[in-house]
Design a protein around this ligand. Structure first.
Ligand code: FMN
Length: 166
């Protein structure tokens, strides 16, 4: 399967999660790992699974990820299996505690990306998820790279089940 993982990352945590996914899927699958690059539109030719990830900033994906979501071509998106992830603050680390409620209710980048992928014609490959950082610049919470690897493998499993049922 050809898997394209597109991500943005300011402090490197989302990139680290994307790398963990790529490592988990290789060499069985052909993985292209691309960080967003202003003006560059990822090539969807031959891609079977698209994964897009962003840090959550102000409850949303970064502007660069939002731009990519709009720039990807309709033809490539139609029917393409896709899934989204984000990185986000571990609620337990946010002080003062009442702020945790604001952050949680505000929402996260992953859900926004997933919604837009579907609006653009993609098929949901799995539930959007978030990986936790312990502070704005990281580090990732222990075990999150392993969880990312398992999540990515789960997307492939979903695809195999669907193909087996077809
Ligand atoms: C300006 C700014 C806004 C942020 N907004 C949120 C937010 O709304 N929710 C949240 O959980 N984390 C928020 N964070 C924490 C980021 O999610 C965290 O910096 C990011 O996951 C780190 O990923 P990166 O290393 O790939 O940049 C924010 C961080 C910054 C700097």
């Amino acid at each position: 399967m050809v898997v394209l993982i597109v991500h943005d990352s300011i402090y490197g945590n989302t990139a680290s999660i994307a790398q963990a996914m790529a490592q988990a899927l290789q060499p069985e699958h052909a993985v292209r790992l691309e960080s967003v690059n202003i003006g560059h539109v990822p090539d969807l030719t031959g891609v079977d699974l698209l994964i897009i990830g962003s840090p959550t900033r102000g409850f949303r994906p970064t502007p660069a990820i939002q731009d990519v979501l709009e720039a990807l071509p309709d033809a490539g998106m139609a029917g393409l299996r896709a899934a989204a992830f984000d990185t986000r603050l571990d609620l337990d680390t946010i002080q003062p505690a009442p702020l945790r409620w604001v952050v949680e209710v505000g929402g996260y980048a992953g859900q926004t990306i997933q919604r837009r992928l579907i609006e653009r014609g993609c098929v949901e490959a799995g539930t959007a998820t978030g990986f936790l950082v312990l502070g704005t610049e990281g580090p990732l919470k222990d075990g999150e790279r392993e969880r990312a690897a398992a999540w990515a493998k789960g997307l492939i499993l979903n695809q195999n089940i669907l193909e087996g049922a077809a």
